[in-house]
Write a protein that binds this ligand. Sequence first.
Ligand code: SF4
Length: 378
Amino acid sequence: MLGLYVHIPFCSAICNYCNFNRGLFDASLKEQYVAALGREIALKGDGSSADTIFFGGGTPSLLEPEDVRAIVTALRAGFDVSSDVEVTLEANPETVSPERLDGFRAAGVNRLSYGVQSFRDEELGRLSRLHSAARAVEAFGMARAAGFDNVSLDLMMWLPQQSIEYWLESVDRLIDLRPDHASLYILELYPNAPLRETMARSKWSLAPDDDAAEMYLEAMQRLDRAGYSQYEISNVAISGFESRHNLKYWTDGEWLGFGCGAHSTRHHVRWKNISSTTEYIAAATSGGHLDVERRELTPQEALEEALFTGLRLARGIDINAVNARYNVDVWAAYRDELERFLETGMVIYDGRVLRLSRAGMLVANEIMSLFLSTSVVD
Ligand code: SF4
C-alpha cells in the first residue's frame, strides 16, 4: 500500500536551526498552495491503494481545518484510501486550540505529532521556538480532550548548553504525559545555520560526545522502563502505535509526495517536486512539470537503500528476504567489513537477522557506510 505525503511549507517564524523546505506563512499564498495541491492530487491520483496520509512541513497545523478536509477529500477521490487509514498532522504547540483540534479530527486527522523539542523554556528560547514548555503540556492535554488517542511528541537532544540532567528532565516530563509515540532526534546544525553564529557569540557549547552517547542510552532505558519499545533508531512507541507512514520509509515501501519539495518513490523510481513554493504553485496552476529530479535507482542503490533503512529498525533486516529480493548474498558480500562491529557487539547477526545493538545505533552512520564501499549487484 502507498503512503501519501503532503508537504505544507509554511511557518509562523523560522527557527534558527531549521534546514527544511519552508517559508513564512502568508494567508493568500496558502490559499493558492492548497488549490495547487488539489490540482497535483487530481493529476496523480490513479486509484492505487493507500493506507497512510502524512501532513508534514513546515507547520501543517497552520492550515485551517477546512484546508485539511479539502486535501483529504482530494486524496480520497484520487486513491483507494483504506478505511483504517492513518492520517498524521504535524503540529506546533502554539498553533492549536480546542476548536482547531476538533476541526482537524472532523477533517479526518487521527494522529497528531507535536514538535515539542524540549520541556525547558531556556532551551526552547535558544532554539527560537515560539512555544513554552507549559504551552506544550497544554497542547497535549487539548489533543487528548479533543479525542486524539494517537499522539506523538518530538524531543531534540544535544542542544546548546544542555546537560545530561536537563535532557533527562525533558525525557521524564515526556514520559509523565504518556504520549503513544515519541521521536528523539539529535540536533544537527547545517553549515550556515543562524544558531551556529548565536552559539559562537553567546559562548554556548554542546556537551562532550560521551555525554551525548549517555543522553541517548539513558533516555532509551527510561523509555523502556516506562513501557515504550524502541522500533527505530530515533523512535519509540507503545506497542501498536508505531508510525505506519514512517515505517514505509524504513521497510522498502512506496510513497507519493505532494507539494513543493516533496519526494516520491515508486517502482524503484525516485523523484522530487520543485522546491520553491511559488514556482510549484505556478507549475501546478499552468499544468507544467512538477518534478525536477527523476531517476531510476540502480540495483546496487536499491540494495544499499534497503540495507540502510532496514538497519535503522530495531528488528533489523531479514537477510534471506533481502537476498531473494536483490539476488545477492549479503552476508558473504559484507561479512569482512562487518567483522569489527560484530566483535564489539555493535552489530548482531543470528544467521538470519542482521541488526544494530543500541550501542551500534550510536555509530549507525559509520556502520552503514560499509555498504557503500563494495558493489555487489550489477
Ligand atoms: S517550525 Fe519546524 S519547519 Fe518551521 S522553521 Fe521551525 S523547525 Fe523549521
